[in-house]
Design a protein around this ligand. Structure first.
Ligand code: COA
Length: 153
């Protein structure tokens, strides 16, 4: 079989956005029993959507909402059959690198499902505050300073 490479980029077309929402539906609504009205929360139009693609198939996604000087990372999801291959990590590294290019972002923030805290810790995020319930799942907030790339001029 021809070796393949996973590409990480922002979704641009309608078709790519639909594929990201399909991944989220499979992972959160079908896989984790998150109610549809919580998963599809009306905030997607104001978000940047990241995708992981292999051989034309979109296997993972996440969205970023810019809230003043905070980049809030949400809906990090990899299809079950594609997990454990570094795709989730690749999505997060893409986001970290993209945000580092921006001078207007001071911090990255996310609400981690508690089981995924070690995953985000390995990417430089630190847990803050108390555990809380969201869509019936235990969460904890995590933050990371945006290590902006120094620009001259
Ligand atoms: N708990 C603890 N560690 C985890 C983990 C989890 N749930 N998921 C991944 N890791 C670890 C892996 O073991 C790996 O460690 P290693 O590099 O030492 O081997 C590292 O994190 C990177 O794993 P990776 O293969 O990039 O993760 P993935 O592609 O399987 O994606 C998720 C990780 C969490 C995005 C994926 O499991 C997923 O979609 N889960 C369901 C949705 C979800 O819970 N999203 C998070 C919402 S906060």
């Amino acid at each position: 079989m021809t070796p393949t490479r996973v590409a990480y980029r922002y979704a641009e077309t309608d078709q790519e956005h639909k594929a990201c929402f399909f991944v989220r539906r499979r992972v959160f609504i079908d896989g984790q029993n998150v109610p549809e009205d919580l998963e599809i929360d009306g905030l997607d139009d104001a978000a940047l959507h990241v995708l992981a693609e292999e051989n034309g198939n979109i296997l993972g996604t996440a969205r970023i909402r810019i809230l003043e000087d905070i980049a809030k990372i949400e809906r990090v999801a990899v299809l079950e059959e594609a997990r454990g291959k570094g795709i989730g990590r690749g999505i997060m590294i893409f986001i970290i690198e993209k945000m580092a290019e921006r001078r207007d972002i001071a911090r990255l923030k996310l609400g981690s499902q508690c089981h995924a805290i070690p995953f985000y810790e390995s990417l430089g995020f630190a847990a803050v505050g108390e555990v809380y319930m969201d869509a019936g799942i235990a969460h904890r907030d995590m933050v990371r300073d945006n290590q902006q790339i120094k620009q001259t001029g």
